[in-house]
Design a protein around this ligand. Sequence first.
Ligand SMILES: [Zn+2]
Length: 200
Amino acid sequence: MRCLYCGKKKTKESLTSFFLEEDPLCVDCRKQMGSQRKTIEVKGMKIETFYEYDSLYKSLLIQYKECYDEALKDVFLYGIVDYINLRYHGYHLALVPSSIQKRKERGFDHLELMCEKIKLKRVKGLRMKTELIQEGKNAEQRREMEDNYIYEGEDLGKVLLFDDVVTTGSSLMGTFWAIKGKTAKIKVLSLAYKSKGLHN
Ligand SMILES: [Zn+2]
């Protein structure tokens, strides 16, 4: 089997890993991903994260999201999915909604596909109000972004709010406030964080 990213033949080491499932990446690429669980704080929200965005994670995410490389779907949560299933047992999973336009272009919902193996019940009824694109926003536009999510579903118990990367925190914040009134407890997890761009 070859590494999904660099194409090198995988060594024995990656085939007999601690996890039952085979890593889609080779040992070297996995090392470059450098997964390390930590909690950061953005706009008063405590966010659990695993990767620094400016690493191999970024290249993989761009290839997956912007080059529509669906095959990479299991790369991001490899080694983390079991932890999430255990740690957040009994929680609902709320994925930060992406724009309909982007979903159409990709032909898949990138977060849903990425989270396929997470066994938590999905939150339904969460969406963007208007088709705002999230990148390159000034302060004013970020505030609009925070107000651009709506939840029209049933009352929820505990919720795990999930995104692939946090930069300014606007979309996570917006989603957080959209569901807050209908939840008992919310935990926030963003697989990666971008250190530049935070706190402004
Ligand atoms: Zn590789």
